[in-house]
Design a protein around this ligand. Sequence first.
Ligand code: NAP
Length: 434
Amino acid sequence: MRHFAVIGSGPAGFYTAEALEKAYGDAARIDILDRYPVPYGLIRFGVAPDHQSLKAVSKRYDKVAESAGVDFIGNVTVGRDVSIDELLELYDAVILAIGAPHDRKLGIPGEDLPGVVGSAEFVGWYNGHPDFADLDPPLSGTCAAVIGNGNVALDCARILSKTRSEFEGSDIVGHALDALDASAIRTVTILGRRGPHQIAMTPKELGELGHLEAASPVVDVADFPPSEADEALEPGQRKSIKILREFAATPPDSAKPKCMVFDFFAKPLRIEGDGKAEKIVVERTELDDKGAARGTGETYEVPASLIISAIGYSTQPIGDLPFEGGKFINEGGRIAERLYAVGWARRGPTGTIGTNRPDGYEVADLIASAMPLGSAGDRAGAGGLKRLLEDRGVMATDYDDWRKIEETEVANARPGSPREKFVRIEHWLDTLGR
Ligand code: NAP
């Protein structure tokens, strides 16, 4: 019997577990570990609460979790409760699927002022991440800014611009819904250091901004290159640019009190304010011959008392494992003997949820070729891990605990919401009587 430990229960972890299960059948046991008592990582804490159709992919992961060879072991932090070396003693292979939970830093003066938050913090706050339950983002000013031109920037701008009724059917947590409902923010400026052709936003997500109840997108037609230049773009990007051009051609709806202003060719230089963020000083840019942003020397100020930096994420290093550029150093997913990485921990924070599927299957193939079906394995697996955790007083959760927590969240749901998520680990554990 082979024993595999997958660290992290987001999409990458579940696709890898699914692939290992298919490769080994009942000749392997696969344990999916997570630092939280409930699984699904990015699906639970990252995907926007008003994108329930994207979250539905977790039904596929449910099936994996229900299969006989797979176990969920929650509330265990690898690197603190158990080390990688200990896991390598207990398991035939250890696969890091820990995602990229940390914000990349802007590296500009003023980014530590109150009022400046990373997108992981802000997204975590409205998605019920226990680390960010107390974030309390300042929403009493009229202007906010989001730095970055990716899909996460779009998520943040949209969530700031929606009305209470537009969250019907979402699983946004109650504290965030109430705070957003009382928010005074009327202008959200989305700052891109390059131009419309260089955005990392996808058409479906961009298109949503054109259909909000109380907010209009505002785009300056002068930021675009001549329309013939769109021909050279790949089809998805061309679609996004078409949507942006439509926004530019449509005057803001005067019946809508809020606006989302796309400010292109705007590179943040510093954040200023009297003890808290009040404005960003940006430099107008142009593209150099390699397509990078080059400052023109012209600067101006964008007022904002809430500034969300959505410029990408970084993986959490563990112990002295080889780490560079925000991810584990690996070759095709292999970090070292019997130690692998998948998903954002392997590739860095790019791609959709589905990108993790081939990634997980590729690494499972690599493991299966190193440890062919039928070859011996005599490690202790889950039995050994559970003994070790018990000895250390770690209150690990299992599949039944997770389901009990989830049932309670569903039972606690406010009208129109699929659930009311717990936002504190002690509440999760209280539910289990621990
Ligand atoms: P991203 O797609 O990599 O976008 C990061 C953005 O930040 C880019 O526009 C980048 O501009 C900008 N940026 C980076 N460093 C900067 C700096 N120092 N100053 C100003 N701007 C800076 O990252 P993301 O938005 O965090 O998304 C991560 C992944 O999740 C992506 O693959 C995304 O598509 C995916 N995602 C998908 C969905 C969805 O499908 N609904 C939702 C959320 C996220 P440059 O291009 O100039 O570097």
